[in-house]
Design a protein around this ligand. Structure first.
Ligand code: HEC
Length: 479
C-alpha cells in the first residue's frame, strides 16, 4: 500500500516539479531510448520484468517499456524500483552495482519518461543468465524438489512457506561455494533459504516430510527441525547455526565470499525453504537449486552463521480488543500451536537480551547485544522479521568510536528478504559487540491487502504469520 502511495506521489511529481527538470539538465535533453534507456532496462529491470518473471509485467520489447514510461519514471524516482532494501547508512555490498541504479541512470530514465517515453529504435535483449561457473575441483550439484508442489496459504493469508528436503548425496566432506535457484514458477517464488541438515538430523527431517501431505512440509519461520546437536548449548547453536545461503529473484546466483565456503560434511542433506507469494498465483512449482561444492582439499575457511535474535513484545493497539490481547493467553496459544518450548522462547529472549515486558507498546523498538568472544571476520549480513516488522539494523560496537553499520533496512518489506555480502569484510575483536535493533508496528495489521492477519493479539516471538521475529543473521569466518 505504502509503495502505491509513493508511486502516486512520484507520478504527481513527474510532469511538474523541479527534480525531473534537474534530471533533464543533467542528461542534456531527451535521452535516446535505444542508446541510453533500453540498456539500463535490460540490465537492471528485465531480470524480474520478463514473461513468467516475478514482476507483474514484462519490460522486454520497446512497446512494453514505452507504454509504461510514466509508471517507470515514477517508480524509479520514488526509488521503489529496482528493489534494494538497504538504506543509505548501509555499507556497500557485493553485487550492489548490478542491482541498483546510479544517479545518472535514474536521471536518464526519469528524463526520458518526462519527455513522453518515446521510442527511437529497438529495445535491447536482456542477457540470459549463465550457468554457474565451476572453479578448481568444484562439482555442480543440481538438486530438484522430488515432485511438484501446489502452494496454498493458511486461511486468509497470502504467503506459503514450504520446506523441501534435498539429498546432495555427499559422500566426502565438502564446502558450498555458490548458490543459484531456478524457480519452477518464478511469478510466485519470492525468496529461498537453504539450510544444512546435519547427518544426525536427517531422520527427523524425513519424519516431517512424510508426516505432511504433498511434497515437503509447512515451515513459516525456520525449518521446523529440532536443533542439530542437543549437546550444544544455546550460545553455541546461536553462534554457529545451520544456514547455507539466501536467494531472492533477480540475483543471477550468489557466490559466497572468496576463499570461504559453508561446510557440508559427508551425509548432510539440505532443506530448501521456499516462500511463495500467492498474490501472484498458485501454480504447481518444482524449484531447483544449483550449488557448487568444493572438496575439503580446497582448504576453504568455513563460513559460519551467527544468529542474533531480539525480543518481540507487542501489545494490542488502542481500540483493539480480544482474549489474545492478554500476554498470558498469547503464550498459551503459542504452546497450543507449536508445543511448550515455543512458549518459553519469549522469556528466554528477555533474559538473553536484558529486555523487559513490563510496558509493552503497539509500536516498539527492541534490541539485543552479543559480545564477540573470538576474533571474527564478518562477511555477510541479513535481517529477518515477519509482516509487522518496519525496520531492522545490525551494527558493530554501536555508540562507540569504532561503530560500524553492517546492515540498515529503514523500510522493512517482508517480500524482499535477502542476505548482503559486505564489499569490505569487517573484522571484530574479542569484546566487541554486535547489536540487532528491530522496530515492529502493530498498525500494519490495519493495512488492507498487506497479507497480515488482522485478528488482534499480543504479539510474541514465534514461527507463524501471526507471530513475529527480530533476527539478525551474520555469516562469519573465525580469525
Ligand atoms: C528483483 C526483481 C525486480 C527488479 C530487478 C525490478 N522490478 Fe519492478 N517490480 C518487481 C515486482 C515484484 C513488482 C510488483 C510490486 C512489488 O511486489 O514490489 C514490480 C513493480 C514495478 C512497477 C509497478 C509499480 C506499482 O506499484 O504498480 C514498475 C513501474 C516497475 N516495477 C519498474 C521497474 C523498473 C523500471 C526496474 C528497473 C530499473 C525494475 N522495475 C526492476 C520486481 C522487480
Amino acid at each position: 500500500m505504502r509503495r502505491r502511495t509513493w508511486i502516486a506521489l512520484g507520478l504527481a511529481l513527474v510532469p511538474a516539479a523541479a527534480i525531473p527538470l534537474a534530471a533533464v539538465a543533467m542528461s542534456g535533453g531527451t535521452p535516446s531510448f535505444t542508446r541510453e534507456v533500453a540498456p539500463i532496462i535490460a540490465d537492471k529491470c528485465a531480470g524480474c520484468h520478463q514473461p513468467g518473471g516475478i514482476a507483474p509485467f514484462p519490460l522486454v520489447t520497446s512497446e512494453q517499456i514505452s507504454s509504461r514510461s510514466a509508471l517507470i519514471g515514477a517508480a524509479v524516482q520514488a526509488r521503489v524500483m529496482p528493489p534494494w532494501p538497504p538504506g543509505r547508512r548501509s555499507p556497500a555490498y557485493v553485487g550492489q552495482a548490478a542491482r541498483t541504479l546510479t544517479p545518472q541512470q535514474r536521471a536518464t530514465l526519469v528524463a526520458w519518461a518526462t519527455k513522453g517515453g518515446r521510442i527511437d529504435g529497438p529495445a535491447r535483449k536482456p542477457a540470459r543468465p549463465e550457468r554457474p561457473e565451476l572453479r578448481g575441483g568444484e562439482r555442480l550439484l543440481d538438486l530438484r524438489v522430488r515432485a511438484a508442489y501446489k502452494p496454498s496459504a493458511p486461511k486468509g493469508g497470502t504467503d506459503d512457506y514450504r520446506c523441501f528436503l534435498l539429498d546432495p548425496k555427499q559422500s566426502g566432506d565438502g564446502a558450498v561455494t555458490s548458490v543459484r535457484i531456478e524457480p519452477g514458477q518464478s511469478r510466485v517464488v519470492h525468496h529461498v533459504i537453504l539450510f544444512r541438515v546435519a547427518p544426525a538430523q536427517v531422520a527427523a527431517a524425513k519424519v516431517l516430510d512424510r508426516g505432511s501431505s504433498g511434497t515437503g512440509w509447512s515451515c513459516f519461520g525456520g525449518t521446523g527441525l529440532p536443533a542439530g546437536d542437543s549437546s550444544a548449548g544455546i550460545a553455541d547453536s546461536l553462534n554457529n547455526a545451520n544456514w547455507i545461503a539466501a536467494w531472492a529473484p533477480g540475483w543471477g546466483g550468489s557466490r559466497l565470499p572468496e576463499g570461504t565456503g559453508v561446510s557440508l560434511p559427508a551425509g548432510s542433506q539440505i532443506v530448501m525453504q521456499v516462500h511463495y507469494n500467492l498474490l501472484n498465483g498458485n501454480g504447481r512449482d518444482r524449484s531447483r537449486a544449483l550449488l557448487t561444492v568444493a572438496p575439503a582439499s580446497a582448504g576453504l575457511e568455513p563460513l559460519q552463521t551467527m544468529l542474533l535474535p531480539g525480543p518481540v513484545e507487542l501489545a494490542c493497539a488502542k481500540g483493539e480488543a480480544g482474549a489474545l490481547c492478554d500476554r498470558n493467553e498469547a503464550l498459551f496459544d503459542l504452546a497450543r500451536k507449536y508445543g511448550p518450548t515455543a512458549a518459553l522462547t519469549p522469556a528466554g529472549l528477555l533474559i538473553l537480551c536484558r529486555g523487559s515486558a513490563a510496558t509493552p507498546r503497539a509500536s516498539a523498538e527492541s534490541s539485543c547485544d552479543r559480545r564477540i568472544s573470538t576474533p571474527t571476520t564478518i562477511h555477510v549480513a541479513a535481517g529477518h522479521m515477519h509482516l509487522l516488522g518496519s525496520s531492522i539494523r545490525l551494527e558493530l560496537n554501536p555508540g562507540t568510536a569504532r561503530s560500524r553499520v553492517l546492515l540498515d533496512i529503514p523500510r522493512w518489506d517482508f517480500h524482499w528478504q535477502n542476505a548482503y555480502a559486505l564489499a569490505r569484510p569487517v573484522k571484530a575483536r574479542p569484546g566487541d559487540v554486535v547489536r540487532v535493533t528491530c522496530r515492529h508496528d502493530v498498525g500494519k495489521r490495519k493495512r488492507a491487502g498487506s497479507g497480515v492477519p488482522r485478528k488482534a493479539r499480543y504479539v510474541l516471538w514465534g514461527e507463524g504469520t501471526t507471530d513475529e521475529m527480530c533476527l539478525g543473521i551474520l555469516q562469519v569466518t573465525r580469525g
